[in-house]
Design a binder for this molecule. Sequence first.
Ligand code: G3I
Length: 379
Amino acid sequence: MISSTSVPRSRRRRARRPLRAAVATVATAGLAVTGIVMFSTTATAQADTLGAAAEQSGRYFGTATEAGYWGDSQYTSILDSEFSSLVAENGMKWDATEPNPGEFNFDGGDQLVERAQANGQAVRGHTLVWHAQQPGWTAGLYGDDLRNAMINHITETAGHFAGQISSWDVVNEAFEEDGSRRQSNLQIEMGDTWIEEAFVAADAADPDAKLCYNDYNLDGINAKSDGVYAMVEDFLARGVPIDCVGIQSHLSTESDLSTYQANLQRFSDLGVDVHITELDVGGSGTAQADVYRTVTEACVAVERCAGITTWGFTDAYSWRGDETPLPWDANYQKKEAYTAILDALNAAAGSNTGQGSEPATAAYEQTARRESPLVAQLA
Ligand code: G3I
């Protein structure tokens, strides 16, 4: 029996980083021409980078990157100046960080953290557990051997980066389109409890990072997002530590976004932050810009939407390069999409709606932790 007193007390609201771009507020008292009419206006500076524009409403704007791209100075000048958060495209995944059992290599992640810190950027962690990009050796593990390997991986990796990560994608892509659990080796070998066990282990290893579940095709109210919603609701009710849901948002100009904002809002109302974690939009021109604008406007309209990350920023380096999905083209020219994002972020400046930093663990701290041998082991 685990009592609520064993819940770590360190999962508290984390202080937001100070705004890098000060919002210039100019209150102008107008001349009272008639001696009666007075007016004042509040003008907000239009930030000229995505990161600074997002910070005006208390959010971040980030991108995925990798040290392998950093030899290109055109690339790094944009990376270092436009974004307020970085995430490793591949360098923090299980295959990269633990190529052999118990042998860890954090070089890629360490390089990313170092660059981010040098530029005053936050770091998202991606991803502790995923059915893809596992090291080859996990394929030979069954039952508790896989469970122990997963827990050890989370403990060592989240522990290594503890204090440096704003939010971790603890578990990635564990649901099918119909809202059921993906039948991965993780699900088959460990059963339904593996996701909560992963979150408990991540919480123990890095109590200060926000802990997210991350997936694709959560771009509206649909069977898959219903399944994730039910899981989060259940976790909150039972005191499993979860703080946020990552909405990957690999989109195209054909995507149906009619319930995109409503979906963000229902997770926010449930009591978790939402993060747009891997945004890219196949297409071009105004149609592509409109999708970026819709997503950005949705995020800034939802209080607990903490920020947006694009999955890369230039079509020169994109997993979907032939779909030209990013805000900069392959020659580093800003597209219409860039302006659409920037304008939507600037339009939200000063609205102060970005309150997405309260850990859902307020509920967690008030609830007895799940009674499981794993929790006992970690307590
Ligand atoms: O590291 C090896 C290298 O040693 C080898 O020479 C080369 C030969 O192809 O492959 C390299 O690995 C590649 C790896 O990226 C690193 O570049 C893999 O083949 C390639 O499959 C892998 O692709 C990544 C993909 O995840 C893997 O599923 C993409 O770069 C990355 O953008 C993508 O990111 C995922 C998110 O993590 C989760 N959501 C979906 C998103 C897009 O698929």
